[in-house]
Design a protein around this ligand. Structure first.
Ligand code: B8M
Length: 141
């Protein structure tokens, strides 16, 4: 659900600043991670892909080839309130998006495409949170 996704986003987003420098992601492109879900935010910058890899690696959510580690991701999501209702759905959506862009060799380029695909599909599935929803839980993490 969008509620659960707001918790995941609030927690995951905490790693953004630790990854900015190594990813070369400026605050002009993305100031706070919650804005990832904004209608106005286009998921297009290669540097965001690099940042998502860095952030995911801090939580051990990826394999060495940067594809999502299914078991670790399920465990991670299940730790949030009602996480078990979102975990399988979320991993399925990401894996489906990974498949669509498997031909892109550059890890950062591929990951930003996967992230854009995931955002679009999450909206279609009604599990994308509003930025305001993320704001209400950000203080918990
Ligand atoms: C990575 C899980 C964190 C979820 C927080 C919300 C949105 C972020 C979306 C990007 C997901 C892309 C994952 C990268 C997979 C690379 O194959």
């Amino acid at each position: 659900t969008a509620e659960v996704m707001s918790h995941v986003t609030a927690h995951f987003g905490k790693a953004l600043d630790e990854c900015r420098e190594e990813a070369g992601l400026s605050t002009d492109v993305l100031d706070e991670f919650k804005n990832f879900w904004s209608e106005d935010f286009e998921v297009v910058h290669r540097e965001l892909g690099c940042a998502l890899i860095c952030m995911s690696n801090k939580l051990s959510l990826l394999h060495d080839d940067t594809r999502v580690h299914r078991v670790n991701m399920l465990d991670y999501i299940k730790n949030f309130p009602n996480g078990e209702v979102l975990s399988e759905k979320m991993v399925t959506l990401i894996k489906n998006c990974e498949k669509q862009f498997d031909n892109i060799k550059d890890d950062c380029d591929r990951t930003v495409k996967v992230a854009a695909c995931f955002k679009a599909d999450a909206k279609k599935e009604g599990i994308a949170p509003e930025v305001a929803m993320v704001e209400t839980v950000i203080e918990l993490y």
